[in-house]
Design a protein around this ligand. Structure first.
Ligand code: NAD
Ligand code: UD1
Length: 341
């Protein structure tokens, strides 16, 4: 087990896609997930797609003893990709301690064990939420961090600070923080995809669930933004493209290029797309007319944010490849498959 990668949150949405790409590249994968927001059957989807089944341990990383036992059981871990976290923005506003407890403790327990077991490399799932409403677009990694608009966003900022401060004193530690823009879509095989619990908060799962008939209509949050069609602009990145960037980050950390304390990369397409443009692209990709209505803005939403991807493009040699229609077609294929349609 010379190249064992610990993928925390690996049965989740982005984690499961990343496990496939890692195994396709010859890495051995150990998933640690407490299944708080994912299903064990995801392992079958990963195996069906990659031909290999990752090791799996049901572990709550916010529990110190369980995390210690995990590292004792698997001495061969060479790097970690840390996806495990709670991510529901709205819930984090109403139950902040749940988010601070889980997201901060899980990272701290991992870092303690990395020091204890001499594991040198970690890739962290961060978010473009750290930029808030950026002063300049596209937003670069050098843009200032803005006050977080939710406890969830604040956990991402604090985790980045924890990583920076720990990297400064632990000379063996190498860190890459990846700031995702808006991950969407599913694996083209439709063996895995996004499985939101209950009513989706995010745009694309809400669109596909409306199109399949689970929801009456999509509410478009605001049409009075200072954008060409008045709806808010985001940078929607295909989840498989995103997953591939993690493999590159791991190779970078394991090789010479990654020997810097902390590197931060934006992962987006560089293209800003409005909500109405997403709806149009979905209708084209699926052939389904979507029912929607314009309502008031959603509290806490920014007007526009999209990535300057040049640093990731040049330093990682990575670029988002899939276009929005193709990505939405993959989300639609997945939605139809899980609803048996
Ligand atoms: P997800 O909820 O699908 O996956 C997270 C996984 O972590 C789940 O399987 C969950 O069961 C697990 N988990 C949570 N707490 C845990 C704990 N204490 N111990 C063990 N497992 C635990 O979310 P995702 O969309 O795949 O996101 C992955 C990461 O990327 C998260 O850190 C998220 O904050 C970050 N991120 C996501 C997005 C997005 O739009 N999906 C955007 C930016 C950043
Ligand atoms: C949200 C979070 C962000 C988090 C990301 C991943 C907020 C303010 N931000 O990003 O921190 O990292 O999810 O979970 O919640 N929209 C509609 N109708 C809907 C749903 C969304 O019009 O039913 C619009 C939103 O107003 C937004 C766009 O679609 O303009 C994308 O929304 P969403 O998918 O929720 O992502 P973000 O808000 O960008």
């Amino acid at each position: 087990m010379s190249k064992l990668i610990l993928v925390t949150g690996g049965t989740g949405y982005i984690g499961s896609h990343t496990c496939i790409e890692l195994m396709n590249e010859g890495f051995e994968v150990l998933i640690a997930d407490n299944l708080s927001n994912s299903d064990i059957s995801v392992l079958d989807g990963i195996e069906k797609t990659s031909g290999k089944r990752p090791f799996f341990e049901k572990v709550d990383l916010s529990d110190e003893t369980s995390t210690n036992l995990l590292f004792d059981k698997y001495p061969g871990i060479v790097a970690i990709i840390h996806f495990a976290a709670y991510k529901a923005v709205g819930e984090s506003v109403s139950i902040p301690l749940k988010y601070y407890y889980n997201n901060l403790n899980s990272l701290i327990h991992l870092l303690n064990n990395m020091e204890r077991k001499k594991v040198a490399n970690i890739v962290f799932s961060s978010s473009c939420t750290v930029y808030g409403e950026p002063d300049e677009l596209p937003v670069t990694e050098k843009a200032p961090i803005k006050p977080a608009s939710s406890p969830y966003g604040n956990t991402k900022q604090i985790c980045e600070e924890i990583l920076r401060d720990t990297g400064a004193v632990n000379e063996n530690l190498n860190i890459i923080s990846l700031r995702y823009f808006n991950p969407v879509g599913a694996h083209p095989s439709a063996n895995i995809g996004e499985l939101p619990l209950g009513v989706p908060n995010n745009l694309v799962p809400f669109i596909t669930q409306t199109a399949i008939g689970l929801r009456d209509e999509l509410k478009v949050f605001g049409s009075d933004y200072n954008t060409p069609d008045g709806t808010a602009i985001r940078d929607y990145i295909n989840v498989v493209d995103l997953a591939k960037a993690h493999v590159i980050a791991i190779k970078r950390l394991l090789g010479k290029a990654g020997k810097k304390k902390l590197e931060v990369f934006n992962l987006g397409t560089g293209r800003g797309v409005s909500v109405l443009e997403v709806i149009n692209a979905f209708e084209k990709a699926s052939g389904v007319k979507l029912k929607y209505k314009i309502v008031d803005r959603r509290e806490g939403d920014v007007e526009k944010v999209f990535a300057d991807t040049r640093f990731a493009n040049t330093e990682l040699g990575w670029k988002a490849e899939k276009n929005l229609e193709e990505t939405l077609a993959s989300a639609w294929k997945w939605e139809k498959k899980i609803r048996n349609k």
